[in-house]
Write a protein that binds this ligand. Structure first.
Ligand code: RB5
Length: 147
């Protein structure tokens, strides 16, 4: 799968770990930065290009990391077509895709350990939208808001 990844300084270390993890799994990974640790960088500058690439379908799924994952989720959801969520549990990592067609996972580099984050990301990428009528109905109501 073509997967994008991005982080600010709060998520930089975890982003580096996840990029190598995804590449080792055979995914094509597009790294939107930060490309070096910069203690004063701002999460919107890193996450917006990733979210725009998800929106344009240049990449299939996105992984965004900041310190808590909160800022990443807030800004990513401003981009039409992006369905981002902060994930801190295994159930939501797959159910968010199956029911809500989540296409961008947000993680907290200061919250979630590397191995747990890898499991969340792998679970997210393995999950597929169910396409069930009730989920499509709900999703269309969300998409209507973007018009
Ligand atoms: C940066 O210090 C921190 O605020 C940011 O990474 C993120 O946690 C925002 O939600």
């Amino acid at each position: 799968m073509k997967v994008g990844i991005a982080a600010d300084h709060g998520g930089f270390e975890l982003k580096e770990t996840l990029r190598d993890f995804l590449a080792n799994l055979g995914h094509e990974v597009v790294d939107f930065g930060a490309h070096a640790y910069e203690s004063t960088d701002d999460y919107p500058d890193k996450i917006i290009p990733l979210a725009q690439a998800v929106s344009k379908k240049e990449i299939e799924r996105g992984v965004a990391v900041c310190g808590s994952g909160v800022g990443a989720a807030i800004v990513a959801n401003k981009i039409p077509g992006v369905r981002a969520a902060l994930i801190n549990d295994h159930f939501s990592a797959h159910q968010g895709v199956e029911d809500d067609d989540m296409n961008l996972i947000c993680l907290g580099g200061r919250i979630t350990g590397n191995r747990v984050a890898e499991e969340f990301v792998q679970t997210f990428l393995d999950a597929k939208f169910s396409g069930a009528e009730r989920h499509l109905r709900r999703l269309n109501k969300v998409i209507e808001l973007e018009k």
